[in-house]
Design a protein around this ligand. Structure first.
Ligand code: MTE
Length: 312
């Protein structure tokens, strides 16, 4: 049965194709960072394009999606370079078709290898307009298209060993100029309860367009109540496992990053405040919301909201 996105969060399917307006986004880039994030403390940036049609479409959510050109040109994808513009400016070397995702691990009774077409064919495409909050204190609103992660996991028939889900992304020096920045593939993880939550998606598109190389083509994770580094891009393996996976940023810098990474304005990053965020494509900053605005849906997953472990 098709899960209506409106049953999860108030939102609408895009009925109108967007006008794809070429947009110069000026100097959005912040200095390149190596193996460490930097807070985005800029006060404002300018974007002159009218938002009227998107606003009308999305009155139901109260969220105004960031323009596609901006979503596609202000990125973190270190395998394609460390600056915000490097991933979109990199030559298009990622081969996204054919692409298969291996699903397995000791917690899967029905492991398998699935082509993107199989994943699309077997599961309904959902449309979700979600807030996106980077740990660097900037944010966007992204209209994702994708399949429910829960459906893909259910098809793998989880057994009692399935406590966590581990995501592994493509690591290929031929296709990625900076493939080795983390010494191996980018790894992320969720608890089973998080992965089975109806907000969690495997996204394959944005604004009804396939993902671009820089946004994680052809398939990436979306968990809107968590900081953006959880959204593993260009996924090639999904394993249902017993042990908590050690994700890349936790490994890189365990003093600053952990496993859960839920958004909480009350828990500062060791080097900057998480209380506010710069809204990319708009003027100024706005207050950051507990669980990025999805507390009603997900707070029950975390028994102690004062436990810092859940928020870094
Ligand atoms: N996935 C891979 N494989 N490599 C990365 O460097 N960066 C993460 C996440 N997924 C990253 C990744 C970070 S830090 C963020 S904030 C988001 O992707 C950025 O997604 P976007 O560029 O689509 O906004």
């Amino acid at each position: 049965m098709r899960i209506k996105s409106s049953e999860i969060t108030p939102e609408q399917v895009f009925r109108q194709r967007r006008r794809m307006i070429a947009l110069g986004i000026g100097s959005l880039a912040i200095p390149a960072v190596h193996y460490a994030f930097a807070a985005d403390n800029s006060a404002a940036d300018v974007s002159a394009m009218p938002q009227a049609s998107i606003d009308q479409d999305n009155q139901a959510t109260g969220l105004t999606p960031t323009k596609l050109d901006i979503i596609n040109s202000y990125n973190n994808y270190y395998e394609f370079g460390f600056s915000k513009t490097a991933p979109s400016e990199a030559p298009k070397t990622l081969i996204t078709s054919p692409w298969s995702v291996q699903i397995g691990g000791e917690g899967a009774d029905n492991p398998g290898t699935y082509d993107i077409a199989d994943i699309h064919g077997e599961h309904d495409i959902e449309n979700h307009i979600y807030r996106f909050r980077c740990v660097e204190a900037w944010s966007m609103v992204i209209p994702w298209n994708g399949v429910a992660l829960a459906k893909v996991i259910q098809a793998a028939k989880p057994n009692s060993s399935a406590k966590y889900v581990r995501f592994e992304t493509l690591h290929d020096e031929q296709q990625m100029p900076n493939a080795n920045w983390a010494g191996g593939p980018y790894i992320e993880g969720l608890t089973m309860a998080e992965a089975m939550h109806p907000l969690s998606l495997l996204a394959t598109g944005i604004y009804d367009q396939p993902l671009e190389q820089q946004t994680g083509a052809p398939i990436r994770l979306v968990v809107p109540w968590k900081y953006g580094f959880k959204y593993a891009k260009s996924i090639v393996r999904i394993d249902l496992v017993e042990e908590m996976p050690r994700n890349t940023w936790w490994r890189q810098n365990p003093r600053e990053y952990g496993f859960y990474a839920n958004v909480n304005p009350a828990f500062d990053h060791p080097r900057w405040s998480q209380a506010t965020e710069r809204v990319i494509g708009k003027f100024g900053r706005q207050d950051t919301l507990l669980f990025n605005g999805y507390a009603d849906e997900v707070a029950h997953l975390y028994p102690d909201l004062h436990d810092r472990r859940y928020f870094f």
